[in-house]
Design a binder for this molecule. Structure first.
Ligand code: ADP
Ligand code: MG
Length: 256
């Protein structure tokens, strides 16, 4: 049975999508079968893993709102062993459309039931918001991976995120866990970045991954080529650290 991990932080630009695509590709490189589920109407994980938006006929919107079987929506990506349920801008209206829907929080969980045994890992990329979509992700997930950008207000908003986790645990998904907290865009040369790293480690203790993601320009270039870093520049620092992260995730699941 595949392990379902939701990548979430309601702040934008903290590295959710970068981590989803590159952790997924690293896990696939290590021989795991991986599915990305893009639940952000921006569709950055979709284009960043090499899927041309113009070729998409059905996407996560159809699954969540119109009960389309998820099997009909899955596409291959630019990396072998890594598939994706794509998202497009059509998803933008889903929060409103789902408002009166029956069991609206359970839709992604139900959809994944049919296919999660075909994958070792399912990584859900989330929008920078807490709403029906995120609640769907948290209800469907075994655990949540929280990327935290090493910047001044890094911890701001995380209380609200953890509160949402608690609510989902009590209403829909009692087994939901924190997979881990990942420091991203760390600039080891600045005192500020180092200070933030210390604060986050103080706050989250051993939930913080040993691996942290430094700022690496190759990581920001790869998406425009529709490639994960491991394919775009396998020798880069970015590629190395996302392989290290995959190693830590596998170890945490006794999956080596
Ligand atoms: P989110 O999905 O949380 O909004 P993204 O993963 O899209 O965040 O990252 C925001 C921007 O920062 C993107 O342009 C991305 O390419 C860039 N980025 C992410 N991680 C790094 C990194 N470690 N080094 C340099 N640029 C990064
Ligand atoms: Mg994103």
């Amino acid at each position: 049975m595949g392990i379902v991990i939701a990548l979430a932080n309601q702040k934008g630009g903290v590295g959710k999508t970068t981590t989803t695509v590159n952790l997924a590709a690293s896990l696939a490189t290590k021989g795991k079968k991986v599915l990305i589920v893009d639940t952000d109407a921006q569709g950055n994980a979709t284009s960043g893993s090499g899927v041309q938006k113009s070729t998409i006929e059905k996407d996560i919107y159809d699954v969540l709102v119109h009960d389309e079987p998820i099997d009909n929506v899955i596409l291959p990506t630019s990396h072998a062993g890594m598939d994706i349920v794509p998202a497009t801008i059509r998803l933008a209206g889903a929060e409103l459309e789902l408002a009166p829907a029956m069991a609206r929080e359970m839709r992604l969980k139900n959809a994944l039931k049919d296919i999660r045994n075909q994958y070792d890992y399912v990584l859900i990329d989330n929008p920078p918001a807490i709403g029906v979509i995120t609640i769907n992700s948290f209800t469907a997930a075994d655990s949540i991976l929280i990327p935290v950008q090493a910047e001044y207000y890094a911890l701001e908003g995380l209380g609200q995120l953890l509160n949402t986790v608690k609510q989902v645990q009590s209403f829909y998904n009692p087994d939901l866990e924190i997979e881990g907290v990942l420091l991203t865009m760390v600039d080891g040369r600045t005192n500020l970045s180092n200070e933030v790293v210390e604060n986050v480690r103080e706050y989250f203790g051993n939930q913080v991954y040993k691996t942290y993601i430094p700022r690496n320009v190759r990581l920001s270039e790869a998406p425009s080529h529709g490639m994960a870093i491991i394919d775009y520049d396998p020798k880069s620092k970015g590629s190395e650290v996302y392989m290290d992260l995959a190693e830590e995730v596998l170890l945490a699941h006794g999956d080596k």
